[in-house]
Write a protein that binds this ligand. Structure first.
Ligand code: NI
Ligand code: MN
Length: 233
């Protein structure tokens, strides 16, 4: 088995290749994503697409990429039904607390503190709760993908129960945590590596990896800062 490879496709969109070779896309937003690299346009075949909540910066390309890639899509229940209504097949709905065994991976949906909706014809349609994922790979490596969220005290519980080694945390502020809350989240989760996300896409997202680094490096936490299109393996 090889290591987990992590490619940032800008904003909250990541392509993971599991140690067993499975390709997993998280929160697909490519079209209209100002941070999306050229490589995001040619993803090819995928095994799994995971979606945390309904907002368009996490779902805009779910139907198109889901269809083209042949992947199974996993989403919060109401988002799954909505994607199905848009013509996407092979969608599995979940709710927080649930664990799905698929493709040799263990995928647990966990809570997030955030909203979940889409806008259609100028109206907001609510799509249940926002979520995050704990993913355990074939070799036992466990990651926590927070999705969009504030800090919350039960991150400590996620740390105690699942012992993630890497946390993917939003740091852009305004719509999610900023670096200060993300730094405290690393402590609650007990992680030694953090991948910052949901920053730099537009000027309103002011949190920076540099600020996160100032806060967590003295505590022995490594910030895995990627450029859009870059891969850490
Ligand atoms: Ni959101
Ligand atoms: Mn978002």
């Amino acid at each position: 088995m090889s290591k987990l490879s992590i490619t940032w496709l800008g904003h909250a969109t990541f392509l993971l290749q599991s140690p067993g070779g499975k390709k997993i896309l998280l929160d697909p937003w490519v079209t209209g994503n100002p941070a999306s690299p050229e490589s995001a346009k040619t993803l090819g075949a995928l095994d799994l697409i995971l979606i945390t909540h309904g907002h368009s910066d996490h779902t805009a390309d779910a139907v198109a990429i889901g269809r083209a890639s042949g992947a199974q899509t996993v989403a919060p229940y109401e988002v799954a039904v909505w994607l199905g209504s848009k013509g996407l097949k092979n969608v599995t709905g979940m709710n927080p607390g649930g664990t799905l065994q698929a493709l040799g991976l263990s995928i647990t949906m966990v809570p997030a503190v955030h909203s979940s909706s889409v806008e259609e014809d100028g109206k907001i349609i609510y799509l249940g709760v926002a979520t995050g994922y704990v993913i355990t790979f074939e070799n036992g490596l466990t990651i926590y993908f927070a999705g969009d969220t504030s800090i919350f005290g039960d991150m400590r519980l996620i740390g105690e129960m699942y012992h993630p080694q890497i946390a993917f945390l939003p740091i852009g502020d305004l719509y999610t945590m900023g670096p200060e809350q993300a730094a405290k989240a690393c402590e609650l989760l007990g992680v030694k590596q953090v991948v910052p996300m949901h920053y730099g896409t537009f000027p309103a997202l002011t949190g920076t990896p540099a600020r996160l680094r100032e806060l967590v490096e003295p505590k022995g936490v490594e910030v895995l800062e990627l450029k859009p299109g870059e891969t850490a393996a």
